[in-house]
Design a protein around this ligand. Sequence first.
Ligand code: F6R
Length: 242
Amino acid sequence: MEVVIAPAERLAVLAADAIEAVVRSRPRAVLGLATGSSPLKVYDELARRHREDGLSFARVKAFTLDEYVGLPAEHPERYRNVIETEIASRVDFAEGAVQGPDGNAADLVAACAAYEESIAAAGGVDVQILGIGTDGHIAFNEPGSSLASRTRIKTLTAQTRVDNARFFGDDVDRVPRHCLTQGLATIMSARHLVLLATGRGKAEAVHQLVEGPVSALWPATIMQMHPHATVLVDDAAASRLQ
Ligand code: F6R
């Protein structure tokens, strides 16, 4: 596992570099996209490179990590809409090239299986962007998640609902209780994992991720088993590293 400690702006450039390298060498590359605050500067940088340097995503496919269950199609916090706003609409993805699990499917179990099949049919993810929760979750794989899990329905922890209340008018009661999420084994199937974490609130999770034992209690620690994992952290997020 490679750990880079640098200011947030530099981390975004490094993550964008990883994506640009794969997109330029494989125009039909497959990206894994995360929502949340951690990747926002990366998406800004990719949009800039598309605008100014001609970086094209025209033949690229992308898969999001997770989705809330039951948010109306037009809800601004539905992850499919968030990704559209933050990156998809700012570059030149083809229609339908960005997919996410369907949190409004009549049969959620079937939707999870279909999502796994779509990722596999696309050839798997080349570069997966990740954030990390304060409790060590990646995607919505909360503590206790099976290290062998695939895309499935999960219940959000109270901590994650509190953390995400800022996106729902600071009202935790408006944060959905369930989600569909790629599993830890799904994420581990990606060929390169790039995790970003900034701020002191992530310091304990980053300490566990890099230096703790591999454990379902800190789900991100499974990344220690990945042959190509990059952890991009600022000084504050790195402050508990030994
Ligand atoms: C989002 C996701 C989550 C976030 C994590 C960190 O798709 O999968 O695991 O990456 O909750 O969120 P931020 O970046 O907002 O601190």
